[in-house]
Write a protein that binds this ligand. Structure first.
Ligand code: ZN
Length: 491
């Protein structure tokens, strides 16, 4: 870097979490693109702090999609070329901040993050400092660690430190430039691959493990200490947990720290559990019907769109319609939100209050359930949700309301229900396509169950057919010894 002028730091990235077990695809229209000032306001509000005035930060472009099936080749190629074009327009820069997720999967490509970062590295040159913030549910390969100078991953799941982590990575880039540090990284791949639902930092042992990372933060020469759980619904060799420590070359015990973090995670491997009772959907419904409190919230976890499920499986709706207690209206159930634009269009054509036969779901993901043929009444249309497109409340029998959506839409917050006129607080049962419950749903649930439903993000991971994971890998293999060994990268 030049010693006089303020350093220039470009900011860009691409983020999606893509399941390889789904035959749904993530396409260009699924991405939200943020540019320039809007990007800064949305993702980097910390730039207004005085410390960041010591450099010229250049927010360029960020592309983000809801988790889903693999990204199509055309979509990835287009977004990559747009990102590179944006970068080229501001070169040379002293550093680049990479705003990544880490679990992108592109058709016919392994390790999309490495492909993207390698192209950025080639364009920006070997002297340019690269720093990435990532989701702890990303999969980090040695090749990525070789290319990027510094890393920082979230330390909470559900993620409440996203902005803090981005800020941390940017601050480390700034400090590294100002002090002219040479960085090195110690990476320990851990043969452990668990779903996020078992490794939440709200519950033990995840809570103590992640809080314990602070033990190492202030050791001399250590910049960042991160622990990745990894992304379990990708059948790829880089899918596994890892510890990764970034430090200043020759001054810190980065390998020792990374090995300690990895050893702690490994030692806790038998203690991870779902934080609510789990079982088959049949078991969860039996329990619900016997329960005296309400509402009961059941997670239809195998088709969770925020983990990469398609969100179009009618499996749970079908199971609920087979229970007379709901059909008769003796108990009430709300089942949200099943993605099916064709069913929504058919409802539109039939009109409000029409009673019709409707085929629902399993059009994007036809591997894990079949579509459902039912008769019901069109109770309500809603058009003012920017994510969902048109939504339909379809009533089945006396007690069941199903919400069909034109586009994929997670239901995490009270307004998602209330804007449709639904009253989940008064229902006996609410079924949501989600894994662990997020804040509003936690508040809603008098009781909760995690149903191990079929789908491309099946929580029963040992039943999922992998062919490309490194072996051995816990929990698929249980009877093996392992010792953490750090691999150091520097440039
Ligand atoms: Zn995540």
């Amino acid at each position: 870097m030049s010693s006089q002028a303020a350093p220039k730091i470009a900011m860009l990235g691409m983020a999606s979490e893509n399941c390889t077990f789904s035959n749904a695809r993530t396409k260009i229209e699924d991405f939200e693109i943020l540019l320039g000032q809007r990007l800064a306001q949305t993702r980097y509000p910390f730039l207004s702090d005085t410390v960041f005035a010591r450099a010229t930060f250049l927010p360029l472009m960020h592309a983000r999609a809801l988790p889903g099936g693999m990204i199509t080749t055309d979509t990835y190629t287009k977004l990559k070329s747009d990102l590179l074009e944006q970068l080229e327009s501001v070169l040379p820069v002293d550093a680049i901040y990479l705003d990544l997720h880490g679990a992108m999967n592109v058709e016919r490509m392994d390790d999309a993050e490495v492909d993207l970062v390698s192209a950025i590295r080639a364009m920006a040159g070997q002297d340019c400092l690269l720093g990435a913030s990532m989701d702890l549910h990303g999969n980090v390969s040695k090749e990525l660690v070789d290319q990027v100078d510094l890393f920082s991953a979230y330390r909470t799941a559900p993620h409440i430190d996203t902005k803090k982590t981005r800020e941390k990575a940017c601050r480390f880039l700034l400090e590294t430039l100002e002090n002219d540090w040479k960085l090195e990284r110690a990476w320990v791949p851990i043969p452990l691959l668990l779903p996020g639902e078992m490794t939440s930092t709200l519950d033990e042992p995840g809570r103590s493990l992640y809080a314990g990372l602070q033990d190492f933060d202030h050791l001399p020469g250590i910049l960042d200490v991160s622990l990745w759980v990894g992304y379990v619904w990708a059948d790829e060799p880089r899918a596994h947990a890892c510890a990764l420590v970034t430090g200043v070359q020759g001054t810190g015990a980065i390998s020792d720290v990374a090995q300690q973090v990895a050893a702690r995670y490994w030692a806790a491997r038998d203690d991870f559990r779902f934080n609510v009772p789990s079982g088959s959907l049949t078991e969860c419904l039996d329990q619900t019907i016997a329960d005296t409190v309400k509402p009961v919230v059941i997670s239809d976890s195998g088709d969770n769109p925020t983990a990469g499920g398609a969100g179009d499986l009618p499996y749970a709706l079908e199971a609920v319609t087979k229970r007379d207690v709901f059909l008769s209206g003796q108990k009430t159930a709300i089942i949200v939100g099943i993605w099916d634009p064709t069913a929504v269009a058919k409802c539109t054509a039939a009109g409000l209050d029409a009673q019709i036969d409707l085929t629902i779901g399993s059009f994007a993901d036809n591997r894990h359930a079949t579509s459902l043929r039912v008769r019901g009444t069109i109770e309500h249309f809603f058009d003012h949700d920017p994510v969902a497109g048109r939504q339909v409340i379809f009533r089945l029998g006396q007690g069941i309301q199903a919400v069909l959506t034109e586009r994929r839409k997670p239901f995490h917050y009270f307004p998602d229900f209330h804007q449709l006129g639904l009253k989940p607080e008064e229902a006996d049962l609410v079924v949501v396509k989600i894994g662990y419950l997020v804040t509003d749903l936690q508040k809603l649930a008098a009781k909760a169950y995690l149903a191990l439903t079929p789908g491309s993000v099946n929580q029963h991971v040992t039943r999922v057919e992998y062919t490309r994971l490194e072996k051995p890998m816990f929990p698929f293999d249980r009877d093996f010894q392992w010792k953490p060994i750090a691999q150091v990268s520097s440039r």
